[in-house]
Design a protein around this ligand. Structure first.
Ligand SMILES: C[S@@+](CC[C@H](N)C(=O)[O-])C[C@H]1O[C@@H](n2cnc3c(N)ncnc32)[C@H](O)[C@@H]1O
Length: 369
């Protein structure tokens, strides 16, 4: 019997030269179990040179960056609120096939717990990038908007824009936050060189073409602006052999990774953040890794507390991440899916299991010229 630590899943993003220029093969980090798949170019299509435009610095003119066509795109039509219901969960209707997770209250609670976990892990900080005096900020796939709202509170002089497929953000927010229903995978209609800071968190499995997304972010950042990507592994480890590869948790994670791969939305992209930023021309690229226990098993009081909140979050994540992937992509019955999820939850409650996952936070600066 092998442990999850010993048998690391394979990750098969190729390298531009055929050599290991991203360091994957030597990298002890696992990348999620993935079957062989078609090469994804680490750079994607050639990165166009950044557009030269004057910077916008005052708040009023920043708001006017949105022309009428743009506002029309974002108006909240009733069809956006025509949710879809499957297996007892509610899903977005706008571009709904694009996203595998629910958007109901249960899921919103999970997103709020996740926000809390990131704050605890990052010592109360919302980001790591060394930004100064941000004027205009974008949060991609903002979810319940917690990050954007907290950022707006901390920086009342900044305009913070959050977009998402689902209009699940609260109505009462600081005056300097705006939320739009939008698909970040389509062409961004805002002006180029507009943002001081672009942030995304937990979009693993929500993006088909990360290179296009990062390229659009690059184009829409002001020179000198920062992009920060915060992602969790969708994988588990233990250092003491208590997590076995043939346990329900690992079998479920492998199934989710296979399913996400089948629909072209890889889950374990946390490892690629830094190389992607470098490949797309960002400077001053930094990355930090955080260990996130799945339950309150660590001795360390801080990690134990984080594990307590993570256990509550994961209880919900087991279904949120897998219900559509298992039933729609893998073709499992609802019964089989629920049985598997029950076994995973049971395993995660076992205090003798010393399992954890990893969060990576990477940022980079768009060059000044
Ligand atoms: C796992 S949640 C993370 C939410 C938020 N970033 C956070 O950390 O709390 C992913 C979010 O991305 C949104 N999303 C997925 N695909 C999207 C797309 N193509 N365009 C815009 N939002 C998208 C989902 O609706 C969901 O709210």
């Amino acid at each position: 019997m092998t442990t999850a630590e010993q048998q690391q899943p394979q990750h098969q993003f190729p390298h531009p030269t055929g050599s290991n220029s991203y360091g994957h093969a030597q990298d002890p980090e696992p990348h999620g179990h993935q079957p062989p798949h078609a090469p994804l170019s680490p750079l994607g299509p050639e990165i166009p040179p950044p557009e030269q435009e004057d910077f916008v610095t005052d708040t009023e003119s920043m708001r006017s960056d949105y022309d009428e066509d743009f506002m029309e795109t974002y108006s909240l039509s009733s069809s956006i609120l025509d949710y879809q219901y499957e297996n007892g969960r509610r899903y977005a209707s706008f571009r709904s096939g694009n996203y595998m997770m629910p958007n109901d209250e249960e899921e919103q609670e999970r997103l709020d717990l996740t926000h809390h976990i990131y704050l605890m892990l990052m010592g109360g900080e919302l980001f790591n990038a060394p930004i100064k005096n941000p004027q205009k900020v974008l949060d991609l796939g903002t979810g319940t908007g917690n990050w954007a709202i907290d950022f707006a509170d901390q920086y009342p002089g900044a305009v913070v824009v959050g977009n998402d497929l689902s209009p699940i953000q609260p109505a009462w927010v600081p005056p300097n936050v705006e939320f739009f229903v939008d698909d970040y995978e389509s062409d961004w209609l805002e002006k180029m060189n507009a943002y001081d800071f672009i942030h995304s968190r937990n979009l693993a499995g929500c993006v088909v073409d990360w290179h296009r997304l990062i390229r659009q972010a690059y184009d829409h950042l002001k020179p000198g602006g920062y992009l920060e990507l915060q992602e969790s592994a969708v994988w588990a480890w233990s250092d003491d052999g208590t997590l076995k590869m043939d346990s329900p948790l690992m079998e479920y994670l492998m199934s989710l990774n296979d399913a996400a791969h089948m629909i072209g939305r890889e889950l374990n992209i946390y490892i690629d953040l830094k190389p992607w930023l470098i490949a797309h021309g960002f400077e001053d690229v930094h990355e930090q890794t955080y260990i996130l226990p799945f339950s309150p098993w660590p001795q360390d009081p801080r990690l134990r507390e984080i594990g307590r909140v993570q256990a509550a979050m994961v209880e919900k994540a087991v279904e949120a991440y897998g219900l559509r992937l298992c039933t729609q992509v893998l073709g499992w019955s609802q019964e089989r899916t629920k049985l598997m999820q029950g076994l995973v939850r049971q395993q995660l409650k076992d205090r003798s299991l010393h399992s954890y996952t990893k969060i990576k936070v990477a940022y980079g600066r768009k060059p000044l010229i």
